[in-house]
Design a binder for this molecule. Structure first.
Ligand code: COA
Length: 309
């Protein structure tokens, strides 16, 4: 549990392992100042090893998700002070280096303006969901710089090339629906449904085996820039790492998942994770498969006597 209070960010931890990280400078549209970055670096690093946090949702207070870098405090006030500029830049890497390979799932819930440098943590979160009517903009071209940090690179790696060029070169605002269409976010929903849909995804992720989910996240990220040969080796090594991490909690997801499907007919992998995936418990030795809401709704547990064709 993270007990410390911060001046630019609010941390709200739910009992089920979902932690909300809320950018909290609404009067400045959650623009990112050096203090904000220092706090975010501390928060994200702490939550990564916090036993009470299983998943992180990033969002903004007020009308903005984030208006990007603070033009006054991040840029102008650090001009001529190399140490302060370097520190602000280093701390701002919570959005890129830290988030990109984070050990826990992350969701960006885009509730309002998402501008410039805020594209970084939108893209580096594992998932991004926006309200239909929020405003995205790569405004940099309009106030005098190119989309720096890593924004230009991330945009061209993430969205369709013609859209990367169009929105970077014009700065033209676009909404949540367009952001989904070009692949910048996963999907958009009506504002009234934003929190509910975000939590629905969060809870679905929390049902997975966390070691398998972590390995899967890393696999998708890391193999993007690898050759086929290197990727094959990476994936084999990553699977071995999952086994090792599972063993540390007395579990073997691979064996458990197959056994529950083939021998117990307890679940169907197409519709849900195996029983006990999230908490590492087994149904072996007479333990009864526990029904999960999702399994009950989508696919009833299979009877032991059922024969597959
Ligand atoms: N840096 C510093 N201050 C910012 C800011 C930013 N990126 N974005 C907003 N603010 C401040 C404004 O200066 C204003 O401060 P003030 O009350 O002391 O005058 C306050 O936040 C509210 O901004 P305002 O423009 O009045 O709000 P709005 O709701 O009408 O418009 C935006 C919101 C985001 C469209 C507009 O503020 C904007 O264009 N911001 C710049 C975004 C940008 O270019 N970011 C690039 C970062 S790389």
């Amino acid at each position: 549990m993270l007990k410390k209070k911060f001046s630019c960010v609010k941390v709200d931890q739910q009992k089920d392992g979902i932690t909300w990280v809320i950018f909290n400078r609404p009067e400045k549209r959650n623009a990112m100042s050096p203090t904000f970055h220092a706090e975010m670096m501390e928060i994200m690093k702490s939550l990564e090893t916090d036993p009470d946090t299983k998943l992180v949702i990033l969002t903004g207070a007020g009308t903005a998700y984030s208006a990007g870098q603070d033009l006054k405090e991040y840029f102008r006030e650090t001009d001529g002070n190399n140490a302060a500029k370097a520190a602000a830049g280093a701390n701002s890497r919570w959005r890129s280096d830290v988030l990109w390979m984070y050990n826990k799932p992350t969701i960006a819930m885009i509730n309002g303006f998402c501008i410039g440098g805020a594209f970084t943590h939108c893209i580096c979160s594992d998932f991004a969901i926006a309200a239909h009517d929020v405003t995205f903009s790569l405004s940099e071209v309009n106030w005098g710089i190119l989309p720096g940090g890593m924004v230009s690179k991330m945009m061209s790696d993430t969205v369709r090339p013609r859209d990367a060029m169009f929105y970077a070169a014009t700065g033209r605002p676009f909404n949540g629906k367009k952001a989904a269409e070009i692949g910048l976010i996963n999907f958009s929903v009506a504002k009234k449904d934003l929190k509910r849909e975000t939590l629905k995804l969060a809870r679905e992720l929390l049902e997975k085996n966390p070691n398998v989910l972590r390995g899967t996240k890393h696999a998708i990220r890391a193999t993007q820039t690898m050759s086929w040969r290197a990727a094959a080796d990476y994936l084999a090594a990553k699977q071995a790492e999952i086994k090792m991490r599972d063993a540390a909690r007395g579990h073997d997801s691979y064996k458990e998942g197959i056994r529950q499907f083939i021998d117990e007919k307890a679940y169907r992998p197409v519709f849900s994770p195996y029983v006990g995936a999230s908490d590492g418990k087994t149904t072996e030795k007479g333990g009864k498969p526990r029904a999960s809401g999702a399994r009950k709704k989508k696919a009833p547990a299979r009877k032991k006597s059922a024969k597959r064709k």
